[in-house]
Ligand binder design. Structure first.
Ligand SMILES: Nc1ncnc2c1ncn2[C@@H]1O[C@H](COP(=O)(O)OP(=O)(O)OP(=O)(O)O)[C@@H](O)[C@H]1O
Ligand SMILES: [Mg+2]
Length: 646
């Protein structure tokens, strides 16, 4: 109704049908009736049954419940019932509990700056009552009697004695019974039920000490004991079988009021998803959607997952309530940090470190790790199926095929490898890259705990493309190009962080044809090119001359004209912002890709050894800068299974 009225004057003006006098069209300003006010307010907070579930469970948590029971019928549209063993509501406060702007959680504006409860606005129950039939039965702790109150729309009955256990039971029936337009927007019962379960899963993850039982139309859908450890709770809810796919993250930066502690489980790159929906971020027990944290997560996986894929994560963040404003979103889904960059840093650093310390080499598997497919328990709830690029390595590595190969494949004679050693021109070896590498002291220390190929182990090059070796856990198969690319990228990135790349002057400038748009962008590109050791000069309206070029690319025989043409094409895109770190990384990645050993290049034993040594010394060596894996592992257990030894 209200929308119909508001649209009136605008429609008249546009259609030219307004009365000439304007008097008939005059609309008086009136105070809205209380019910309508509440229904409008409810529109922001109560969108669907899942919102009711969220509000009621949050109230139970605020009441200090240790056990919360939830019953849903008809996807929650017909009934949402939440029973808790919390502090209860006193008889004389029952009417207030259903009234707007009445809360026991804050008193003044100062309290608003340090919110420690999930609720604080005193509007949820009033909003729900304005659009549904509500019954509250409560017996406060230490009281002998339970009292009940019913409300629907505007009508709130007097409290009356009832039977009930200590704590509170709230039933919400026939959601939107008096607002049919809103009811029409609801989806099917299974869909609405699914959304309720997603919220309940999130609330249960964030409150591991509280026991939850959720029944849908009488059948138990989710049950957790009280007093669980966060890890135990996450695995119980997301699926125990995910354990091997998750990496623990911790940070403790509580040195000042803006500090935070963080605990979480982040997914291996192989279980990254097509959407960020499988990222569950909680702040002080509240599920939040926060772009800063999403960005930090994305950054920490940069180069570990392919573009367009999103890491999976559960992050529980605790910080001082004074360091964050939770009063910025109607459903409290978004928050505002006082020090956004400190939060970004803390998350980025913690996740990056955890990933760095982990051996991310994916196992060889016939199965694709695609959006939870094959991972029972659906893994991260809310992730859905989803397409997106497939994890390419899974396509061509089948353990059976590899075992077949190892059983019958001809091994190159050692003499041939030795002979190629002698032919090795110094500039061709990955060892030569060490001239461009940073001094030893800034190399990241290899983490001793990670399995790595043993120096004395033999390395085998297969089809001039893959290296096969062993580590403590089994057989490691390496994509020579992808690994070399990653190694070079890391070295280049470290180098550029300190000084511009070493470059070489061309005897005469190499001319590159450029489009008008590319010519316009050259100036903007200049600082980036300087850092990369590339000097350009305009030689004509559409011609650029490459005057100097990175020594590394020279040594690896990369053609300056080809390279620059590709770079200029990249720079034409809207997303390429030369001043951004990501643009620099793109250029470095291009360099690494061009300079790296190609699939099909024969490698000497010395080169292979060198590459394996470098694998241990750089970060993120498990995947190339595009996020594709550089190595996969066939474990001894897998071998034993394949050969029917166990
Ligand atoms: N399960 C419960 N146990 C004990 N008290 C409750 C419970 N649910 C509601 N209350 C009481 O009713 C009041 C109103 O609840 P309501 O959810 O409407 O507001 P709120 O939680 O204070 O704020 P918000 O609107 O932000 O949720 C609460 O402040 C609390 O005192
Ligand atoms: Mg509330």
């Amino acid at each position: 109704m209200i929308f119909g009225r508001a649209a009136g004057p605008a429609a008249r003006t546009i259609g030219g049908m307004g009365s000439a006098s304007g008097i008939e069209s005059r609309r008086q300003i009136r105070k809205l009736p209380a019910l309508l006010i509440n229904q409008i307010a409810a529109g922001e907070v109560i969108e669907r049954p899942a919102s009711v579930v969220k509000e009621l469970v949050e109230n139970a948590l605020d009441a200090g419940a240790t056990r919360i029971e939830v019953d849903l019928e008809g996807g929650g549209v017909e009934l949402v019932r939440v029973r808790d063993d919390g502090c209860g509501i006193w008889r004389e406060e029952l009417v207030l509990a259903l009234s707007p702007h009445a809360t026991s959680k804050i008193r003044d504006a100062e309290d608003l700056d340090r919110i420690v409860t999930m609720g604080f606005r005193g509007e949820a129950l009033a909003s729900i009552t304005s659009v549904a039939r509500v019954r509250v039965v409560s017996k406060p702790r230490g009281q002998s009697e339970a009292w009940e109150i019913c409300g629907e729309g505007e009508d709130i009955a007097e409290p009356r004695p009832a039977a009930g256990a200590p704590g509170t039971l709230i039933e919400v029936r026939n959601l939107f019974f008096n607002t049919p337009a809103r009811r029409k927007f609801l989806r099917t019962a299974p869909t609405e039920q699914g959304r309720c379960i997603e919220w309940l899963t999130d609330l249960a993850i964030a409150h591991a000490s509280v026991g939850f039982i959720v029944r849908c139309d009488g059948r138990v859908r989710l049950e957790t004991g009280p007093d669980q450890e966060p890890r135990q709770r996450v695995l119980a809810l997301l699926g125990e079988e995910l354990e091997g796919e998750l990496i623990e993250v911790r940070a403790d930066r509580f040195e000042d009021a803006r500090g935070l502690t963080l605990w979480g489980l982040v997914g291996r790159p192989t279980i990254a998803r097509a959407t960020p929906k499988a990222q569950h971020v909680f702040l002080n027990g509240r599920a939040v959607r926060d772009r800063t944290i999403q960005h930090a997560l994305k950054e920490s996986y940069r180069g570990l997952v392919e573009p367009g894929r999103h890491p999976t994560a559960v992050l529980l963040i605790e910080m001082s309530p004074t360091a964050v404003d939770v009063n910025v979103h109607p459903a409290k889904l978004e928050v505002r940090f006082r020090d956004q960059s400190a939060v970004h840093q803390a998350v980025l650093h913690a996740v990056r470190e955890a990933l760095r310390k982990s051996d991310l080499t994916p196992p060889v598997s016939g199965r694709r790790h695609e959006a939870g497919a094959g991972l029972p328990g659906a893994g991260f709830p809310g992730a859905g199926g989803g397409g997106g690029p497939r994890v390419r390595h899974e396509e061509h590595v089948r353990p059976e095929a590899l075992v077949d190969f190892l059983k019958r494949g001809p091994l190159p004679p050692p003499a041939a490898i030795r002979a190629s050693l002698d032919e090795l021109a110094p500039g061709d070896s990955p060892a030569s890259m060490r001239r461009d590498a940073e001094p030893a002291q800034v190399e990241p220390e290899p983490d001793e705990s990670l399995p790595s190929p043993r120096r004395a182990d033999r390395v085998l090059q297969i089809h001039n493309s893959y290296l096969v070796t062993q580590d403590e856990s089994g057989i490691v198969i390496i994509d020579q190009h992808a690994l070399h690319e990653r190694v070079m990228f890391e070295r280049l990135a470290a180098r550029v962080g300190r000084e511009p790349l070493e470059s070489q002057q061309l005897l005469s400038p190499a001319s590159v044809h450029a489009t008008r748009r590319q010519m316009e962008r050259v100036e903007e590109l200049q600082p980036l090119l300087d850092r990369c050791g590339i000097a350009l000069r305009a030689m004509g309206p559409r011609t650029l001359g490459v005057e100097s070029f990175p020594s590394l690319l020279f040594q690896r025989g990369v053609d300056p004209v080809e390279f620059m043409t590709e770079l200029l094409e990249k720079a034409e895109s809207e997303e390429f912002t030369p001043s951004d770190e990501s643009a620099l990384h793109e250029v470095l990645d291009m360099m690494a890709c061009k300079a790296a050993i190609k699939a099909g290049d024969h490698m000497s034993e010395q080169e292979m050894d060198e590459l394996l040594r470098l694998r241990e010394s750089v970060d993120r060596s498990s995947s190339c800068p595009h996020g594709r894996p550089t190595s996969v592992r066939l474990s001894i257990e897998q071998l034993e299974k394949l050969f029917h030894r166990r």
